[in-house]
Design a protein around this ligand. Structure first.
Ligand code: RFL
Ligand code: PHB
Length: 392
């Protein structure tokens, strides 16, 4: 088998890349280890930057998003008895969009299906070969048969646990990894949200985030210890904790219901640099993870896919490698800013048991944010996604 761009992974990065390439007349093939059903139902992100929405529009997959996504012009930050709203739209004339990663993934897979180019699902034992040469290839097994896909380029979009990153020799790659001694326990339930926008609250028992997927589906997260077991969290215990941490002003609006899903997400960052080796280009979680507090992971994956698609389009159109060669540096500028922001937001809003006086610092920081237009503007710009970045 032959294709121009072999793509490993049918997450948002891989699917968006192949969709953008197809619209530009470039062939690609997406190889995915899981089933279509699994990929379409994996519960993850929910907040899209407006820049991500523009990329999805360009990819021709934003019609349902425009009908169903919730536009949010702000969000609330709370600590102890105080709370205030960050008015994103007034500060920047931009908004975020609430639309589940599950929906986005379905839209992208449907677009592939409509074009008769579904990813190859449930492939096994994916391995990358000759990525430093001019004829890289991917071997894999499908329905028990060994296959090989010869490519011009390979895009490693196979997430944090994928194989693509391991094709880059260790001496070439710098890895920067940090983690925190706590995690998020997330729950999805078919109940109306407690508020029309997101609430991030720093309670003395720990962080809570009230989020949503739609007017009838809520998503809540609470900070828990790193060794916590989901099985120890009955629905009743989870709801009680959410209500306590959101405090007496919001608790009466928390509508309880059975959990559709409960899962633990670690709080860590991981950045692999460079994101290119020979003809292999990494995109999305395959190259970088940021703590979920800033809601950046999916947005970074979409930004990588856009940069990489444009660089490949330039390569095929003009025979110029310039954009491909600068891809890693350009992508990483945004990644590093998002990493910084996500860590700052995490440290401002979580219970930090191993940092003496952290609550006093957090109280002062949130008071400053509440009272400073400039500080809110910086927060809003980061939350919405930077628009004016260039590698120095
Ligand atoms: P994905 O989505 O992990 O997709 C990778 C795909 O590769 C497949 N794969 C392989 N295929 C073939 N061979 C192999 N050897 C393979 N190994 C893996 C996998 O099955 C999968 O289909 O990576 P991608 O495309 O880079 O997308 C990244 C995003 O999924 C991720 O960054 C976000 O979900 C992070 N995230 C959030 N991001 C946001 O922008 N906004 C949010 O509100 C937000 N909330 C979150 C989040 C992540 C969370 N978790 C679970 C860590 C909330 C949570 C709780
Ligand atoms: C989510 O709804 O999954 C979500 C929302 C905002 C965040 C992180 C996750 O900052």
């Amino acid at each position: 088998m032959r294709t121009q761009v072999g793509i490993v992974g049918a997450g948002p990065a891989g699917l968006l890349l192949s969709q953008l390439l197809r619209l530009a007349g470039i062939d690609s093939m997406v190889l995915e280890r899981r089933s279509r059903d699994y990929v379409e139902h994996r519960i993850r992100a929910g907040v899209l930057e407006d820049g991500t929405v523009k990329t999805l529009e360009r990819a021709g997959v934003a019609a349902r998003l425009h009908r169903e996504a919730l536009r949010h012009d702000g969000f609330t930050l709370a600590m102890d008895d105080g709370e205030f709203r960050v008015d994103l739209a007034a500060l920047t004339e931009r908004s975020i969009y609430v639309y589940g990663q599950t929906e986005l993934t379905r839209d992208l897979i449907d677009a592939h299906e409509a074009a008769g180019l579904l990813p190859l699902f449930e492939v096994e034992d994916v391995q990358l070969h000759d990525v430093a040469g001019t004829r890289p290839s991917i071997s894999f097994r499908q329905n028990g048969t060994e296959q090989r896909l010869i490519c011009d380029f390979i895009a490693g979009c196979d997430g944090f646990h994928g194989v693509s990153r391991t094709a880059i020799p260790e001496h070439v790659m710098k890895v920067d990894e940090k983690s925190l001694p706590f995690e998020w326990l997330g729950m999805l339930a078919d109940v109306p949200p407690c508020h029309h926008e997101l609430i991030y609250a720093n309670h003395q028992r720990g962080f809570v985030l009230a989020s949503m997927r739609s007017a009838t589906r809520s998503r809540y997260y609470i900070q828990v210890a790193a060794d916590e077991d989901v099985a120890d969290w009955s629905d009743a215990r989870f709801w009680d904790e959410v209500a306590t941490r959101l405090g007496p002003n919001v608790a009466p609006y928390v509508v309880r219901g059975p959990a559709l899903e409960k899962s633990i997400a670690p709080l860590r960052s991981f950045v692999a640099e460079p994101m290119q080796y020979g003809r292999l280009f990494l995109a999305g979680d395959a190259a970088h993870i940021v703590p979920p507090t800033g809601a950046k992971g999916l947005n970074l994956a979409a930004h990588d896919a856009l940069l990489l698609a444009d660089a490949l389009i330039e390569r095929y159109r003009d025979q110029s490698d310039a954009a491909l060669e600068s891809y890693s540096a350009r992508a990483l500028t945004r990644v590093r800013n998002a990493e910084n922001f996500s860590w700052w937001f995490t440290r401002a809003m979580h219970r930090l048991d191993d940092e003496p006086h952290s609550r006093e610092r957090q109280r002062a920081e949130l008071a400053h944010l509440r009272n400073s237009h400039e500080a809110q503007l910086a927060l809003a710009e980061n939350y919405l996604g930077l628009t004016k970045e260039h590698p120095v």
